[in-house]
Every structure is written in C-alpha cells, then in structure tokens.
Design a protein around this ligand. Sequence first.
Ligand code: FMN
Length: 189
Amino acid sequence: MSEAKGITVLGICGSLRKASYNMAALRTAIELKPPGITIEVADISTIPLYDEDVRVQGFPPPVETLRRQIKAADALLFATPEYNYSMSGVLKNAIDWASRPPDQPFAGKAAAIMGAGAGMAGTARAQYDLRRACVFLDIHPINKPEVLIGQAQTKFDADGYLTDEAARGFIRDMLVALENWARLINPKS
Ligand SMILES: Cc1cc2nc3c(=O)[nH]c(=O)nc-3n(C[C@H](O)[C@H](O)[C@H](O)COP(=O)(O)O)c2cc1C
C-alpha cells in the first residue's frame, strides 16, 4: 500500500435505528477522518435472518453486496451498540452471513471498533465480544485507542452531532491508528 494511495474503510453499524448514536458516531468518523482515508457505510438493514437452507442456495443480494464491499475495503470500522452485554443481533447476523465460504471476506482485514451506548461502560462488553469474533474471522482490530462512548444520550445533541470533545479526540486518534495499521499489515504492491 503506497503512501500515495488512499485507504478505503467500510463502516458497519450494528443499529438500524434512525437516530442511532452508533450511526452518528460513524458520521463523526467521516467528519474527522484523516485525508488519507475514505469511509463508506454499509447498509445492512435488509439482510435477512441467517438461514443455512437459504445460504446453500446462494447469498441473498444484500449479503452479496456486503461481501463485495468487505472484500473491496482495505479496512473495516465497526460501530457497535451493546445489547444485553453483547453486540446487537443485527450486527452478529450480518457478520454471520458475510463470513460464510467461499472466500471468507473478513480474513486479513485491518479493523477498528467503536461503540456508543446508554450505559456507563460505553459498549465495552459488546466490543470484547466482537473482538472475540474477530479472532475466528481473522480480522485484525487495532487495540488502542478504545472508543467507548458511555451515556451516549449526554454526548450527542438532538441532531446526532457528537458534542463530547474527548470522544471526538478518541475517534480522530483511532482513525489515524487504523490508517497506519492498514498500511502496515496489508501493503499494496
Ligand atoms: C435489547 C437492548 C438491550 C440493551 N442492552 C444494553 C446493555 O447491555 N448495555 C448498555 O449500555 N445499553 C444497553 N441498551 C441501551 C442501548 O445502549 C441504547 O438503546 C443505544 O441507544 C443503542 O444504540 P443506538 O443508539 O446506536 O441504537 C440496550 C438496548 C436494547 C434495545
């Protein structure tokens, strides 16, 4: 990956809610990204519930699209809510679909994980569950900085703008780390 070439990042949000704090965090990432990366956000809203009987007949079109986007991206950026101390079913379902053979598209991808939640822990438990899935998927997430946006209702305004300066700084630093990491682990020839 030459320094001249930009890094393409696919954002994947685990919430379908219109006013989602996690989607707002992804928008913040787009706002704060360094010039060397572009961020596209996947639409996982029409992915059906995983069914192996359907899978053996072929991936549904929204899954094909997601798999293609993952394959094409240099890196992934997950924005995960925390549902009952884990990632949302919506996110896990999308990951499960995209992960099936052939050509598991996540393998070898650089990634970063962030999350916004109502609780104090800022989706820490969901993020660690997602990191566990990354092991099996052979995704390589950066370790730091962690972006844990707790009590999200106090950190975004009514328009979904992230007003918390510390959180904005963590997102900015995470994107710099992600760009460096993606260039390091997957140099383009
Ligand atoms: C089913 C469900 C489970 C939840 N469990 C947790 C939880 O374990 N920890 C937490 O901090 N918030 C929890 N929440 C609250 C979410 O943090 C909150 O709804 C948040 O806004 C979800 O992210 P979003 O704004 O991106 O949709 C839960 C919400 C739902 C709907």
